[in-house]
Ligand binder design. Structure first.
Ligand code: SF4
Ligand code: SF4
Length: 278
């Protein structure tokens, strides 16, 4: 079972939930921190990093001596990373997803590729958890190819997987959630929380990924989220109350696994049942 823990907006406590969930399960679990721009799950899990690997991805370069300015490369690029202006090819590398389509499509073999460092993938262990994380190289602006590379590197072990995605609904989140069996949507009971939850719900619908909601900092305004979920038949699987002690332990890098192990084990069982329903 692959469970993506995600949220429409930042600051909802998504990583606190995903790490608490992983530490509460007593069986082996694979934990992937796919928030490659700002991975922080290691602060809570404190894994022993055993392996590091630099990830290089191809970047297209135009050979001006061969280019005829036909514009074919710009036509095939799905990410608007190429423009051909007055016969001159302009490549916007920050938008490039290293898909290779432009070099294949060029009828004059005028595009060649060079490998550039995109980031680093680290793996290690802690307790029952096999831990993997990606870290985007500083200055790189497109995290999606690294998320893709991270997912490809993951061994196809027969163990359950928790993916901690970046917040939002942009490309790297879509890439991280794509192919999951379930998305746990962490939200807070505020109008902003509701607005961004709706975006996350719509993303899951597009990706055909089952979903459920966890309300963090619950207590005041929960009905806002509950009414929304009821209307759309989305289960509210659990709530974490707004408490000063929780905020204090969070600020010290402590999870909720020790004190609320049963709660998170129950949450996992609920997800498992929902995944099994056809
Ligand atoms: S497809 Fe090749 S020849 Fe045509 S504009 Fe692009 S690089 Fe130049
Ligand atoms: S490699 Fe793909 S994304 Fe990058 S410029 Fe070429 S077609 Fe566009």
């Amino acid at each position: 079972m692959i469970v993506a823990v995600t949220s429409g907006k930042g600051g909802t406590g998504k990583t606190l939930i995903s790490t608490s969930l992983a530490l509460s399960l007593e069986k082996p679990v694979l934990f992937i921190d796919a928030d490659v721009e700002e991975p922080n799950a290691f602060l809570f899990l404190k894994p022993k990093i055993e392996k590091r690997e630099f990830i290089y991805l191809p970047k297209p370069i135009v050979d001006d001596t061969k280019c005829k300015g036909c514009g074919k490369c710009a036509e095939v690029c799905q990410y608007n990373a190429i423009a051909v202006v007055k016969g001159q090819v302009l490549i916007f590398h920050e938008l490039c997803h290293s898909c290779g389509a432009c070099s294949i499509a060029c009828p004059y073999q005028a595009i060649f590729e060079v490998d550039v460092e995109k980031g680093i993938i680290e793996s290690g262990t802690v307790e029952n958890i096999k831990f993997w994380q990606g870290k985007l190289t500083v200055g790189e602006s497109s995290p999606t190819p690294l998320v893709k590379a991270l997912k490809k590197k993951i061994p196809k072990d027969e163990i359950d997987t928790i993916i901690d995605t970046s917040p939002g609904t942009s490309c790297p989140v879509v890439e991280a959630v794509h192919g999951a069996d379930f998305a746990l949507l962490v939200t807070e009971p505020t109008p902003f929380g509701l607005h961004d939850l709706d975006l996350a719900v719509r993303m899951c619908d597009e990706l055909r990924v089952k979903k459920g909601v966890l309300i963090n900092r619950a207590g005041k305004g929960d009905e806002l989220i509950e009414e929304y979920c009821e209307k759309r038949d989305i289960p509210v699987l659990d709530k974490i109350p707004l408490k000063r002690e929780i905020a204090e332990s969070y600020s010290k890098g402590e999870t909720l696994a020790e004190e609320h192990k049963d709660k998170f084990q129950n949450l996992w069982e609920k997800i498992k049942k929902l995944v099994k329903i056809k």
